[in-house]
Design a binder for this molecule. Structure first.
Ligand code: UT7
Length: 324
């Protein structure tokens, strides 16, 4: 039997209108535009306004991806949504978005893999399509991470932003996704975490004591090393050489981490999609936001080979090698 591939047939994204620049941050926290740009590459981030949720951004990104693919919501047979900032504990944000789109009846669930959430969701959706279980799948990465930021803590508050991206995947006899690699090591949980949940630590405060804790320097070191081996593993799994890649679409946490991965692949920065300057770290939103930007700006073209990768809390790390 001829293999079935999952092909991306449409992309979309959404960002809150409100923009917070590094200069804005200088007004209320002890930091500088110079420090933020040199250490991270970030110039600005988008921040959800009061009442604007992960589901709102996911819904908009999904509508745009469906429109680009020419697929109706009623044709979907699966929605997988990566997020660590769901609107409510349950139902899942995937269910909330499904109902708003009018896709009622199809399977819908969230994936919590921190910053690797979208790439995990893509890997799962790929398996559903390859197995013949699903034909048209909506994959979303969406976050409102700034809701968990302590705006007085300069080590973390300058790093994060809000946003969402989505793709429509369809079954095809043409590639498609060649390989996905998903990994986790829960032994690293305390280097990057938000240790508040239904059983632990909820406080009667405006943000319920919910805040991101990160040991930046340690995370940085493990991220660079892990991504080096991840990209090599992914190329091997897809039977491809680095020289055959057209674009690297990395997780947008820190420009220095992105540059290190590009160097490992021997890829010039002209072949790397960078949006961290405009979006900061949007966790699960980061890779699909970068992909949609790359597609809509005409950089990524049909038939090109893309390597997507992400690294985040857990730790989790994940990649996808595909022909667009
Ligand atoms: O998306 C999930 C994965 N996350 C990541 O991949 C993030 C990985 N880590 C990083 O990107 C970097 O480690 C950071 C951007 C978080 C920090 O950069 P760094 O070069 O590792 O800086 P550092 O933490 O070693 O701090 C250097 C100095 C410290 O001062 P001293 O001790 O040298 O006097 C900090 O207190 O920079 C200081 N600092 C700041 N200064 C101005 C830390 N944050 C700030 C700030 N503004 N916002």
């Amino acid at each position: 039997m001829a293999p079935i591939y999952a092909r991306i047939t449409g992309t979309g994204s959404a960002l809150p209108e409100r923009v917070l620049t590094n200069a804005d941050l200088e007004q209320f926290v002890d930091t500088s535009d110079e420090w933020i740009q040199t250490r991270t590459g970030i110039r600005q981030r988008h921040v959800a306004v009061e009442g604007q949720t992960t589901g709102d951004l996911a819904f908009l990104a999904a509508q745009r991806a469906l429109e680009a693919a020419g697929v109706k919501a009623s044709e979907l047979d699966l929605i997988v949504l990566g997020t660590t900032t769901p609107d409510i504990i349950f139902p899942s944000t995937a269910c909330l978005v499904q109902h708003r789109l009018g896709a009622n009846g199809c399977a819908a669930f969230d994936v919590n893999a921190a910053c690797s959430g979208f790439v995990y969701a893509l890997g799962i959706a790929d398996k559903f399509i390859r197995s013949g279980q699903s034909k048209k799948v909506l994959v979303i990465g969406a976050e409102t991470l700034t809701r968990m930021v302590d705006w007085s803590e300069r080590e973390t508050c300058v790093l994060f932003g809000d946003g969402a991206g989505a793709v429509v995947l369809e079954a095809s006899s043409e590639p498609g996704i060649y390989a996905t690699c998903l990994h986790a090591d829960g032994g690293y949980k305390e280097l990057l975490w938000n240790p508040v949940g239904v059983s632990v630590g909820f406080k009667d405060e405006p943000n319920h004591g919910v805040r991101i804790n990160m040991s930046g320097r340690e995370v940085f070191k493990v991220a660079v090393k892990t991504l080096d081996s991840l990209v090599e593993e992914t190329l091997r799994a897809g039977g491809m050489e680095a020289s055959q890649l057209d674009w690297l679409i990395p997780h947008q946490a820190n420009l220095r981490i992105i540059e290190a991965t590009a160097k490992r692949l021997n890829m010039p920065m002209e072949q790397v999609i960078v949006t961290v300057d405009k979006h900061a770290n949007t966790s699960s939103g980061s890779v699909p936001l970068a992909l949609d930007y790359a597609v809509r700006s005409g950089k990524v073209q049909r038939g090109q080979n893309l390597l997507l990768e992400a690294f985040g809390g857990g730790f989790t790390w994940a990649s996808a090698l595909l022909r667009f």
